[in-house]
Structures are given as structure tokens and as C-alpha cells.
Design a protein around this ligand. Structure first.
Ligand code: DQA
Length: 141
């Protein structure tokens, strides 16, 4: 059975409540429930943390598991600032796809820079919560 880990970074625990015009009205828990139903043959694990070090710890813990097909990472604002998360992605063996709900390139210029993109397998942005599903599809292909 394929296994995918989704990791969400800071403030993404507030999906559905936080700036709904940008991030939508669905909670991540509801979305994960729907996506698990859509992919009954994929073991989809979900982790969220507001703390940079916790995200790095999780990348280390899971990143050498040969049974894990890939990690879908929305690092939130850490995308634009965290050399430490970039180093962790570079250090691990499991491929990571960077995901954003919003089209970061259509927003403030500070969001146009990602420290993570160069060390990720690919980047998916701007498709709302469907960005996560597209990343899962990319790992399953
Ligand atoms: C985000 C975009 C980031 O710039 C922002 O800080 C987030 C969410 C997105 O999913 O669109 O927290 O990663």
C-alpha cells in the first residue's frame, strides 16, 4: 500500500477560519477525511505543527522510511524563511513536494521567494486545498 505523509506548518491548523477568502472555508480535518475516502488504497498520514523544530523532527523521523512514497509539505510562512527546513529536506531520502493553497506568486513579493523549492521534487501552488491532492497524484504516478 502506498504511504503519503502530509505535513502542515504554522497557522494551517486554522484552515476554514483563517482568511477564508484566501484559504477557503474547509478545515484540514474535513479535507483529510474526504481525501482518505478518495484514496482508499493509500495510507495518508497527517501532521501539523506551528513549530519549526517539530517539523524538522518529523522530517527526520519519517524521511528515511523506504515505505514512505513521499511527503507533501506546506510549510506556511516558514517556506519563505527557513533554511533549517530546507537543510532537513536536503538531508532526508524521501522526496518532498512543496505545496501552497494560495498562488504565492500572485501575492506580496516576500511570498515569491521559497527557500524550500530548490530542494523539493516539485512545487504545486494556487489550487486551493486541491493542491494537496495534486501532490499526492504526483507521488502515485
Ligand atoms: C501558504 C502561503 C504562505 O505564504 C503563507 O505564509 C501560509 C500559507 C499557502 O498555503 O498558500 O501560511 O503556504
Amino acid at each position: 500500500m502506498a504511504r503519503i505523509l502530509i505535513i502542515n506548518g504554522p497557522n494551517l491548523n486554522l484552515l476554514g477560519v483563517r482568511e477564508p477568502d484566501i484559504y477557503g472555508r474547509l478545515s484540514m480535518e474535513d479535507y483529510i477525511g474526504a481525501i482518505k475516502a478518495d484514496y482508499p488504497n493509500v495510507d495518508i498520514d497527517y501532521y501539523q505543527s506551528n513549530h519549526e523544530g517539530d517539523i524538522i523532527d518529523r522530517l527526520h523521523e519519517e524521511g528515511f522510511d523506504s515505505d514512505l512514497n513521499g511527503i507533501v509539505l506546506n510549510a506556511g510562512a516558514y517556506t519563505h524563511t527557513s533554511l533549517a527546513i530546507a537543510d532537513a529536506i536536503k538531508a532526508i531520502k524521501v522526496p518532498v513536494i512543496e505545496v501552497h493553497i494560495s498562488n504565492v506568486h500572485a501575492r506580496e513579493s516576500i511570498r515569491h521567494t521559497s527557500l524550500l523549492s530548490p530542494v523539493c521534487r516539485g512545487v504545486i501552488a494556487g489550487f486551493g486545498l486541491d493542491s494537496y491532492r495534486l501532490a499526492i497524484e504526483a507521488f502515485l504516478y
